[in-house]
Design a protein around this ligand. Structure first.
Ligand code: HEM
Ligand SMILES: *[C@@H]1O[C@H](CO)[C@@H](O)[C@H](O)[C@H]1NC(C)=O
Ligand SMILES: *[C@@H]1O[C@H](CO)[C@@H](O)[C@H](O)[C@H]1NC(C)=O
Length: 326
């Protein structure tokens, strides 16, 4: 009864911009969620992200990826931040790979001092990703807020739901579709690889010294350089995802793909694979030629990704410490 009433109420409300559930809690993300209850949230997150990127420019990229990996598993609910052996942190796509937890912790600590138990960890991650993009030279987009934090981590969900650089574009598109994102979102959000780094173990399958055959869609000079980086190492050596402008958020990532200089096979495949030619190649060409359109669409797709199954209203909680449930 209670449920169906509240459901009908939500349907009616969703026509309006604001939405409240039966107990008066908001049930939809908005760009003014903290305006009265914690207006300093923007300044605090911004200052921490700025300082972290001054120390290490890559942190902007790491925070962007953290948000992506949070959203794809049980929605954007901060579940990736939870500690524990069965946490998402230790899922294959995240282990020894996702970064930025200390930055989130520091932001949370400050926010607990000014507005205790008001700002969710999931929102902190979403905002930090937005500033990571902005301070890398990327687009400003209005980050929608009002998420609440999840109560469980889902390690198998992370193992199964996060895309791998080794799978065909078609199955990457399927994983995006599974969370409500489309083929355009795949191409636009892959543009996140205009910043940040990746480990040899994630692309050495494309090199002839470490695999039986070299990838013909990888530029020969680039392949030679990658080979000397990775040869004899343990797979942990890293290189930049965007060889032409490593830490600058721009559309050169797409221009690289036109020149067979995508790092991961899931990058180059957007342009060069049969799946890519059928589904994504044209979009790569569009974004390689139009930075403005890429920026605009990236912001739009980030908002869409940030809207994956958020917990709102009375669901979930506001964690006091992002690493553990209250
Ligand atoms: C389309 C499917 C995707 C695949 C297969 C993929 C795969 C990867 C891999 C393998 C790495 C390197 C990880 C490591 O070295 O440990 C990486 C890094 C990264 N990814 Fe993706 N990714 C995808 C989509 C995205 C999306 C949607 C975003 C964000 C919008 C994103 C943002 C990043 C960033 C910023 C980095 C660098 C992180 C850092 O330097 O700390 N990726 N990705
Ligand atoms: C974990 O994620 C999967 C989707 O990959 C979902 O079916 C399952 O219900 C989730 N489990 C929990 C405990 O949230
Ligand atoms: C890479 O680094 C991690 C953590 O520093 C370590 O546990 C692992 O053994 C290293 N080597 C490989 C091949 O992953």
């Amino acid at each position: 009864m209670e449920y169906s009433y509240s459901y009908r109420f939500m349907l009616v409300c969703s026509v309006l911009v604001l939405c409240f559930n039966t107990r008066g809690a908001r049930c939809q993300l908005s760009d003014d969620f903290y305006d009265y209850i914690c207006p300093d949230v923007y300044t605090v997150v911004q200052q921490h992200v700025y300082a972290a990127m001054r120390t290490e420019m890559r942190m902007g990229a790491s925070l962007l990826r953290l948000h992506f990996h949070d959203c794809f598993v049980n929605g954007c609910d901060g579940s990736i931040l939870l500690d524990g052996d069965d946490g998402e942190k230790f899922a294959l796509p995240n282990k020894n790979s996702v970064r930025g937890f200390e930055v989130i912790d520091a932001i949370k600590e400050d926010l607990e001092n000014i507005c205790p138990e008001v700002v969710s960890c999931a929102d902190i991650v979403a905002l930090a990703a937005g500033y990571g993009v902005l301070f890398s030279g990327g687009p400003y987009y209005d980050v929608l807020l009002g998420r609440r934090d999840g109560l469980v981590a889902n390690q198998s969900g992370a193992d199964n739901g996060l895309p791998s650089p080794f799978e065909p574009i078609k199955s990457i598109i399927q994983k995006f579709n599974d969370v409500g994102l489309d083929t355009t979102d795949v191409v636009v959000l892959s543009g996140g690889h205009t910043i940040g780094r990746a480990r040899c173990t994630l692309f050495s399958n494309r090199l002839s010294t470490t695999s039986s055959s070299a990838d013909p869609t990888l530029d020969a000079t680039m392949a030679a350089n990658l080979q000397s980086l990775c040869a004899g190492g343990d797979g942990n050596e890293t290189t930049v995802l965007d060889i032409t402008s490593a830490y600058v958020f721009d559309n050169r990532y797409y221009q690289n793909l036109l020149n067979q200089k995508g790092l991961l096979s899931s990058d180059q495949g957007l342009f060069s694979s049969d799946d890519g030619i059928a589904n994504t190649k044209e979009l790569v060409e569009t974004y390689s030629a139009n930075a403005h359109k890429f920026f605009w669409d990236f912001g739009r797709s980030m908002v869409k990704m940030g809207n994956i199954s958020p917990l709102t209203g009375d669901d979930g909680q506001i964690r006091k410490n992002c690493r553990v449930v209250n």
